[in-house]
Design a protein around this ligand. Structure first.
Ligand code: BG6
Length: 512
């Protein structure tokens, strides 16, 4: 439980307060923090949006969102009655100075009422087209001026490409200092993603073998079973490279590959992460095909075996859309630790099942001392960090099969979050919102990291933008992506089939 004692009085302003993100994620997360007694006693939410809405109508809508999305299930009447008065609605146009003047007055009046200064957190839960506008108005209204008390929160996408990301970062920097800016990548709020650091650096066991000497290759998989659903309008202009690779996949890569941090200081950790991105061997514009593959799902089956439509038949998607719903990459890091170790990354929608995991494939032993017949089923050790839907860690290694003969068999050692801790994992947004209120930027993306990730991917963005795909759709819904992903792999390497914590990683389970 995060303690409320560590938080100071806070006014939480949500631009886009009548929108979907507020309803689905932000308010349920704040409510859940309140349930855990993790909000400061002096706490107010001001939801700002364009539509005409009263406090009561907004609260009714948010109540319904809490009932659907809260980690605690349907809100108890007493809990809701305690929480609801903290929420207020302010109607206003995001591009009119009067909105910000009224907001400033509301914040000031709240502080007078509390008799103390409060943090003012400005959360942009609006369409991305407003990300470059709101900070300017906040700056002009003097609402960004107080370096300690004013913070701004922005969600991905941070830019559409390197140029727009640079421009957006410059706009933010014109009104806010970097220490006031919190760029959310919700993957960093996931417990299992944070656990990668604990696993690597709180245990002396793994770090000595976490390098090119012992590791043959690494695969990072973020597979989604769902299609684009109702988000076709957004997704058709983004695609998997922008939607998942530039942010979530790059974060996972950084955590797996970074050097040990000297302290748990936000900038120290972020420096080590950005070093990883700087070490990635550039993808040369004329070498895209051997190191990157794109795909788009066609009609097929969902996890339950039901028929589902292809991407081009989805709502608000162009019938001849060239947008990729699947990306696989082969990357190398040019540094002492990782030279020549391939990192294979893949992500896609409408894959066989949901699974996010990192698989570390260790090298074969340097010399096989067991008789050949003892080790027919022999496999090098493999470690899997499973992020979702099951959260845990599995280590596959060799053991002697019982009996008089020496026979080796792969077996697993497994840790499951659910089995080991009785505390439920908070939603990623709870963690992130609490950290914003506390002013801890460790789990947020710094400007240089966002820009480094874009810089790395721009050759792909450009190459794929210039040359429309000729083979889309190239994988059926319910598969593991296009056939050509195999071409990324070095001889002997494989895309592992995602682990089931209740199953076995020891048995060879290969996706094709
Ligand atoms: C979002 C993407 O950032 O992450 C979505 O825009 C994707 O397309 C989602 O589905 C995945 O997040 P999670 O937490 O469900 O793995």
């Amino acid at each position: 439980m995060k303690s409320a004692d560590q938080l100071e009085p806070t006014v939480f302003v949500i631009f886009g307060g009548a929108g979907d993100l507020t309803w689905r994620k932000l308010i349920p997360a704040l409510f859940d923090l309140a349930q855990d007694r993790s909000l400061p006693a002096q706490f107010a939410i001001i939801a700002v949006d364009r539509i005409k809405l009263g406090d009561d109508a907004l609260r009714r809508r948010l109540h319904e969102g809490i009932n659907r999305f809260s980690r605690f299930g349907k809100a108890k009447a007493a809990a809701w009655n305690r929480f609801a008065p903290h929420i207020r609605y302010q109607q206003g146009d995001f591009q009119k100075p009067s909105t910000y003047a009224a907001l400033g007055a509301q914040c000031a009046s709240q502080e007078r009422q509390w008799g103390t200064k409060a943090h003012r957190i400005f959360y942009m839960a609006t369409p991305p087209s407003l990300f470059g506008e709101i900070p300017k108005y906040l700056g002009r209204a003097g609402l960004a001026r107080d370096r300690k008390w004013a913070r701004i929160v922005i969600e991905k996408p941070i830019g559409y490409d390197l140029e727009t990301a640079l421009a957006l970062n410059a706009t933010l920097a014109a009104s806010f200092e970097e220490s006031q800016i919190f760029r959310i990548d919700h993957y960093l709020g996931k417990e299992t993603v944070q656990n990668i650091l604990a696993f690597r650096f709180a245990n002396p066991l793994f770090e000595p073998v976490w390098n090119r000497r012992y590791i043959d290759y690494v695969t990072i998989t973020v597979a989604e079973a769902e299609g684009v659903g109702h988000r076709g309008g957004y997704y058709d202009h983004a695609g998997a490279l922008r939607d998942m690779v530039q942010n979530h996949m790059m974060q996972l890569l950084c955590l797996v590959a970074m050097e040990p941090m000297v302290s748990f200081d936000a900038d120290e950790i972020r420096n080590k992460k950005v070093d990883v991105l700087h070490a990635v061997r550039p993808i040369l514009p004329n070498a895209v095909p051997p190191c990157a593959v794109r795909g788009q799902y066609g009609p097929g089956e969902d996890t339950g075996g039901g028929k589902v439509r292809g991407y081009r038949e989805e709502e608000n998607v162009a019938p001849n859309s060239p947008t990729e719903t699947f990306v696989a990459l082969r990357l190398f890091l040019d540094n002492w630790r990782w030279q020549d170790v391939p990192f294979y990354l893949r992500t896609g929608k409408r894959l066989r099942r949901q699974a996010s995991e990192v698989s570390i494939q260790f090298r074969a032993v340097p010399h096989q001392s067991f008789p050949p017949e003892a080790s027919l089923a022999w496999q090098p050790s493999r470690l899997v960090l499973s992020i979702q839907p099951e959260e845990g860690i599995v280590l596959g290694f060799q053991a002697k099969y019982p009996g008089p003969k020496v026979r080796l068999r792969p077996v697993d050692m497994r840790f499951s979050y659910r089995g080991s801790f009785d505390a439920p994992s908070p939603d990623a947004y709870e963690t992130l919102l609490w950290d914003v209120m506390k002013g801890d930027a460790t789990l947020f993306m710094r400007a240089d990291q966002v820009e480094a990730a874009w810089r790395l991917l721009m050759p792909l963005v450009d190459a794929w933008g210039d040359i429309p795909p000729v083979d889309f759709p190239n994988y059926p819904a319910g598969g593991w992506g296009p056939e050509c992903v195999q071409e990324l792999l070095a001889p002997g390497h494989r895309w592992p089939l995602p682990t089931e914590l209740t199953g076995s990683i020891a048995k060879p389970r290969i996706s094709r």
